[in-house]
Ligand binder design. Structure first.
Ligand code: PLP
Length: 434
């Protein structure tokens, strides 16, 4: 038995499904999940000593690659000073300032520990600000695992084909209206049907938990305008896209396409902003954010919020995510996308590459037109993805073990890493052709 198999057997006895987050379980691809013992730059190494070029990137945080020396030493230095005090540390404001510098729409930032907390808190602020009960979300968009946001969520729920989660009360589910993405008339209709009842619309800045599906031209601007016309707030979820799709997230790209003054009200961040440690954030205009306790009536708190190690990792990551790093990320994404297209086309495998800034994903199936909504991606060929995934893994490339997840390149994906991906692709494409 390999060490990966031994670890999997041991973990399965004491951890539900052997994992602490469902998609890690290889449920949709089958086989034994790899247990990773180290990572460096673009590679990760499993318990059996096999090294892989990594395209999971810790599901987003590893923007600079694994164990970036500046991030590791920032964490080491912070750890040596103390692991946390349950009181403020000076670097928290520095991280808030670094976020605001990239997101001028944000005047105040609160640090939390997970993206789930960030979106949950943003919704609480929206309800507190508007005194309205309902929220709108879009099918296939994932905003973490809080009760009200699990309906028709992408990510692990898409991977396992789940419509929602047991354990969510009907009363809670009824407060979330799930609409079709990229459909402004559905948004208009929901506001008309629930006049004065909708507190906020939450939307992934570019959907990236059902494969990467950027909003159609005009959707973001229309959505913001409709919500504002009806007295509701827009929560732009940048947990995945933030500081990754581009220096100011996907909103930084959209910002150029919308009329002056058309702006989301609240933003949520995670992943990159914590540099690989448990940290996320929400931010927005002062008048909304100052509704949070201790200034206002909307309560939110956390023992580990603003933890000094996580703050140090996030700050070091943002400091090193300079224009050269984004240029390398973009180049790596372009190269991987081109290599995948070449190999799959050569093998006669119908597919579509999806992009949003430096994010990419691959859909297996006939797509003569760009997919627009969740139903469009649910029809993809999961068997082809499974064969492709395992062939890539066998050739030393670690892809997300789900057909519904984005592929994450890093600024550390150098020529050699990109070559290794290109070398693995022809055999994987042939496997997918079966
Ligand atoms: N929002 C988006 C867009 C996400 O992609 C995720 C996680 O993948 C979350 C929220 C939840 O973040 P976390 O897993 O840190 O709770």
């Amino acid at each position: 038995m390999s060490l990966n198999e031994q670890y999997a057997e041991r973990a399965t006895k004491v951890i539900p499904g052997g994992v602490n987050s469902p998609v890690r379980a290889y449920g949709s691809v089958g086989g034994t999940p790899r247990f990773f013992v180290s990572g460096s730059g673009p590679t990760v190494t499993d318990a059996d000593g096999v090294e892989y070029v990594d395209l999971v990137g810790a599901w987003g945080p590893a923007l600079l690659g694994h164990a970036h020396p500046a991030v590791v030493s920032a964490v080491q230095e912070a750890a040596a000073r103390g692991l946390g005090f349950g009181a403020s540390v000076p670097a928290e404001a520095e991280l808030a300032e670094a976020i605001i510098e990239r997101m001028p729409e944000v005047e105040r930032v609160r640090l939390v520990s997970t993206g789930t907390e960030a979106t949950m808190t943003a919704i609480r602020i929206a309800r507190g600000a508007t005194s309205r009960p309902l929220i709108i979300k879009f099918a296939g968009h994932y905003h973490g695992h809080s009760d009200g946001l699990l309906a028709a969520a992408g990510s692990g729920l898409a991977t396992f084909g789940l419509p929602g989660s047991a354990g969510v009360t009907d009363a809670t589910a009824a407060q979330t209206l799930v609409l079709s993405y990229n459909d402004l008339s559905a948004v208009e209709a929901a506001f008309a049907a629930h006049d004065g009842q909708i507190a906020a619309v939450i939307v992934e800045s570019a959907a990236a938990n059902m494969g990467v599906l950027p909003p159609e031209p005009g959707f973001t601007e229309g959505l913001i305008s409709i919500a504002h016309k009806n007295g509701a707030l827009i929560i732009t979820d940048e947990v995945l896209t933030g500081f990754r799709a581009g220096p100011s997230g996907y909103w930084g790209i959209e910002r150029e396409n919308v009329a002056e003054g058309v702006t989301p009200d609240l933003f949520t961040f995670g992943k990159v902003v914590g540099g690989g440690l448990p940290l996320a954030a929400l931010g927005g205009r002062a008048e909304l954010m100052d509704l949070l306790a201790p200034l206002g009536p909307v309560y939110q708190g956390g023992t580990l919020s603003g933890n000094p190690l996580a703050v140090a990792a996030g700050l070091a990551t943002l400091q090193h995510a300079d224009s050269a790093a984004y240029a390398r990320l973009g180049m790596a994404a372009d190269t991987v996308a081109a290599s995948v297209t070449e190999a799959l086309t050569e093998a006669g495998v119908a597919h579509r590459i999806q992009r949003a800034g430096t994010l990419l994903s691959v859909l297996f199936g006939e797509y003569s037109e760009a997919p627009r909504i969740y139903d469009d991606v649910l029809t993809q060929n999961i068997e082809q993805h499974r064969a492709f995934f395992h062939a890539m893994l066998a050739d030393g490339v670690n892809l997300p073990p789900s057909a519904f997840e984005a592929w994450f390149v890093s600024a550390a994906h150098d020529e050699r890493a990109l070559e290794r991906i290109a070398e693995a692709l022809p055999a994987a494409a042939r496997a997918a052709a079966l």
